[in-house]
Write a protein that binds this ligand. Structure first.
Ligand code: DOR
Ligand code: ZN
Length: 444
């Protein structure tokens, strides 16, 4: 039985903030109203004035299963997610094997059905030779096709110009792109190797995976998408420069949308000295001026979605020298708390945070019945305590890799509870992963 009456909540939803109650029947929200009376046998949950929002839908994660399960897996990372107030994820195809066929995609869904504590979907991967499989994708079951325009973890770079053009022209689903110019990146690596040998300083990452590499690639993607009318989604925008390529306005009117990630809003190149390879990721973390411009663009709607790009690697891998250190950061468990720091600083409203972490992904992917606190919608909700701070310790980390770039950092908020399909999966530090999440459905 999973019926709840959540009372005394500070609800932020669809641009409004109000005191209210939420009734949950089974997996769905039955009512949202200023005052609801408890019925017989109804479990009352007193929110005590804490903030209740729709759970984060993270449209960009690397949960590593199948193939790299020493780093992470669907069970471990979905548990980390639920502790962070994330109730759904869309996972990337650079697993082993990579998700390049319909059969492999369905195998991932089958794995998640058994192992994921939160709701899930999986991108299809593009390669130099699977265009026919992309053409046959069903928009009602597949969120999008992921295209790497540059080599990164998993080597899924699509380098063949005719294939790329074909994907942009023919994909029946949204095209999500990792934009960095492969030629520029490799020329920069060669130059750094010539200068530093095997001892490239970690801070050079910002110059190697450079702003020029990002801009040229994103400009190419946007231009090509305009030519073909592609439904394009640019992932993990990391520079101020790229922002001129995007427009403000509601998602519903856009053919080209863009995402940034929590780490680009928190870390800068000054942090390489302190955190080294731990914050090495692709695209790279760049200057404070980029961080500030990205936050402003998330506020003014040039950027539509705030995601994590949660990409765990082992601690010993991240301690290696530059050329041997894999790119990617585990972020999902503390993503909302990290983003909430901008709210405390007065630079982001709660309404916009909720819009970019829950409403926008639901709208952008046409996810059925999620992403909003609405009657009849699935009861995916997060209760946030804005008055109880949390200092991150490695023993708090639920990701399999066991470390976080936030260790030692104090967030001014904490995640008090997370409901997934009406199931209280996280409450005051206790995880109840006895129920599995559901496959996301797309109403398009
Ligand atoms: O930093 C990154 N990590 N960028 C990517 O493109 C891939 C990801 C990963 O899978 O580790
Ligand atoms: Zn990624």
């Amino acid at each position: 039985m999973s019926d709840w009456l959540i009372v005394n909540a500070d609800i932020v939803n669809e641009g409004r903030r109000f005191a209210g109650d939420v009734r949950v029947r089974g997996a769905r929200i039955e009512a949202v109203a200023p005052h609801l009376a408890a019925g017989p046998n109804e479990r009352v949950f007193d929110a005590r004035g804490r903030l209740l929002v729709p759970g984060m839908i993270d449209d960009h994660v690397h949960f590593r299963e199948p193939g790299y399960t020493a780093k992470a897996d669907l069970a471990s990372e979905s548990r980390a997610a639920v502790a962070g107030g994330v109730t759904a994820f869309i996972d990337m195809p650079n697993t082993n094997p990579p998700t390049l066929t319909h059969a492999l995609l369905e195998e991932k869904y089958a794995l998640a059905a058994r192992r994921s504590a939160i709701n899930y979907a999986f991108y299809f991967g593009a390669s130099n030779d699977n265009l026919d499989a992309i053409r046959a994708l069903d928009p009602r079951t597949v969120p999008g096709v992921k295209v790497f325009l540059c080599e990164s973890t998993g080597n899924l770079c699509v380098s063949d110009p005719a294939t790329l053009d074909g994907v942009f022209r023919d994909s029946p689903v949204l095209v999500a792109v990792h934009c960095e110019d492969d030629r520029i990146v490799h020329a920069n690596i060669d130059r750094s190797k010539a200068q530093y040998g095997d001892d490239i300083p970690m801070r050079m990452h910002a110059d190697i995976r450079s702003r020029q590499a990002c801009f040229e690639s994103t400009q190419w993607a946007v231009t090509t998408a305009r030519r073909h009318g592609t439904r394009l989604h640019v992932l993990h925008v990391s520079t101020a420069d790229e922002l001129v390529l995007f427009e403000t306005g509601p998602i519903a009117g856009k053919r080209i949308t863009a995402e940034t990630c929590v780490h680009f809003l928190r870390f800068t190149d000054a942090d390489y000295a302190r955190l080294g390879g731990r914050i090495k990721c692709n695209p790279s973390i760049k200057a404070a001026s980029d961080r500030d411009a990205l936050l402003a663009a998330l506020v003014d709607t040039r950027l539509d979605i705030l995601a994590t790009d949660h990409a765990p690697h082992l601690s010993e891998e991240k301690a290696r020298a530059y050329t041997q250190c894999p790119s990617g950061i585990p972020l999902i468990q503390f993503a909302l708390q990290s983003a909430l720091e901008h709210v405390f600083d007065g630079r982001l409203t709660l309404e916009r945070l909720v819009a970019t972490t829950a409403h926008a992904p639901a709208t952008l992917f046409a996810i059925k019945d999620r992403g909003f606190l609405r009657e009849g919608y699935c009861a995916d909700m997060t209760l946030i305590d804005l008055e109880t701070p949390q200092t991150v310790k490695s023993s708090d980390v639920l990701s399999k890799c066991g470390w976080s770039p936030f260790e030692g950092d104090t967030f001014r908020s904490s995640i008090a509870a997370t409901w997934v399909n009406g199931h209280l999966a996280w409450h005051e530090g206790q995880l109840d992963a006895s129920r599995q999440g559901q496959r996301l459905e797309f109403g398009r």
